[in-house]
Structure formats: structure tokens, C-alpha cells
Design a protein around this ligand. Structure first.
Ligand code: 3PG
Length: 218
């Protein structure tokens, strides 16, 4: 496999990672372009639709400016499938030792989901230092992230699950939060209706709303 970006590099590409579910694979490159024109050059296509793998494949093939990843990766088999489809990174809602090990062995960037201190410790043991806190708002949100900064000083998070235009900025203001993920940028309703201008507009407005003077702190 050709060496791509590392997980750390990927998480620094954009403060917001849109989480996308798409029913028409052919439309995925158009969606990626809409996000790019809204200022976001990365997207996570979840394996929640039958067309997800083709959507990843077509985006990787036709939209070279976009960094396309796969979400809702649940097993080693899913991981192999998304790598074959051309995903540049994978995101999982939780993490099994088997998945953590498989991604490390293949040197493939996996953002594993965690919700507890013990899960972070298992991830650290397998050599991971960046995690998706999931479902962020429901497993303690800002408070949990502030608490985890104590024992896990070198760990970075991409909280996802319940993040939106209103609370993204507060999450991003935390030292241990490198980016946030969420479906609010490209809601299924707008994706299905091919309302790409609206998606670009949400991306632009969201990026504007999280601007701070110290965005480059990490
Ligand atoms: C995910 O898979 O990361 C979540 O479904 C995204 O969560 P959200 O829909 O609350 O943004």
C-alpha cells in the first residue's frame, strides 16, 4: 500500500470532519466538491448504506482534492474493504483489540472510538494516541474531555456524536480536542435532495462560527 497521510496529519486537515451517509454512490464526488467549496477538504463516509463502499471508491478516484475516509468501521473485514475501496483513513465507533491491531499491522490510519478511560488505556497499549470520543455529548462531553486531559496528557480527541454548529466551538477550544466530527454539515435530507449549495453554505457558516484567535494553538 502506498504510504498516505498519518492519522495526526489527517486530523489536522480541518477542524470539522463531516460525517456523511450517502444512498447514491455516483453522487459522492459531487458531495465532496460541495464540501471543498465550503472550505472542508475531508469527509467520512459511513458504512451505513449499501452504496458506501462505491461512494468511497468514486470519491477517491474522481475527487483528488478530497481526503475521503470511512466511518462506522466495525470489524477487520470492514477495514480491509474500505482500504480496498481507497479510503485514506477509517473511523470506528468503538474499538476491539483485533481492529486496533489490524490497523496498526497495516500501518493504516484508524481513529478508534472510545467512551471510557479504560478504552483509552487499551488504545494507548496498541500505540494509538488520538481517539474519537463517541457519542461525545452523551458520554460526558466537555466535562469528560477536561477530565481526560489530566491522566492522558498526550492524548488528542475528535469528539463526535451530538456536535453541531452551536457547540462545536466550545469543544474546539479545549487543548486536547484537535477536530470535531458530525453529520450536521451534510444532513442526510440535504444529501438525498442533492442540495449541494446548502451543504456548502453550512460548511462555510460552521467554519466561520468556530473561528477564534487561537485556532492554531495545537
Ligand atoms: C458518527 O457516526 O460519528 C455519528 O453518527 C455522528 O454523530 P452525529 O450524527 O450526532 O453528528
Amino acid at each position: 500500500m502506498m504510504k498516505g497521510l498519518t492519522l495526526t496529519e489527517i486530523l489536522r486537515l480541518s477542524p470539522i470532519i463531516p460525517v456523511v451517509s450517502i444512498s447514491e454512490a455516483d453522487e459522492a464526488p459531487n458531495l465532496a466538491r460541495a464540501l471543498i467549496s465550503g472550505g472542508i477538504g475531508i469527509l467520512e463516509i459511513t458504512l451505513r448504506t449499501d452504496s458506501a463502499l462505491d461512494a468511497i471508491r468514486l470519491t477517491a478516484m474522481h475527487e483528488k482534492e478530497a481526503v475521503v475516509g470511512a466511518g462506522s468501521v466495525l470489524s477487520d473485514e470492514d477495514l480491509k474493504r474500505v482500504i480496498d475501496a481507497g479510503a485514506k483513513f477509517a473511523v470506528s465507533p468503538g474499538a476491539t483489540p483485533s481492529l486496533l491491531e489490524a490497523a496498526k499491522k497495516m500501518d493504516f490510519p484508524l481513529l478508534p472510538g472510545v467512551a471510557t478511560a479504560s478504552e483509552i488505556m487499551v488504545g494507548l497499549k496498541y500505540g494509538y494516541d488520538s481517539f474519537k470520543l463517541y457519542p461525545a455529548v452523551h458520554v460526558g462531553g466537555i466535562g469528560a474531555l477536561k477530565s481526560y486531559a489530566g491522566p492522558f496528557q498526550s492524548v488528542k480527541f475528535c469528539p463526535t456524536g451530538g456536535i453541531d454548529a452551536k457547540n462545536a466551538k466550545e469543544f474546539l477550544s479545549l487543548e486536547n480536542v484537535v477536530c470535531v466530527g458530525g453529520s450536521w454539515i451534510s444532513p442526510r435530507r440535504l444529501v438525498d435532495a442533492k442540495e449541494y449549495d446548502k451543504i456548502s453554505a453550512i460548511a462555510k457558516a460552521s467554519l466561520r462560527s468556530i473561528q477564534t484567535d487561537n485556532n492554531q494553538k495545537k
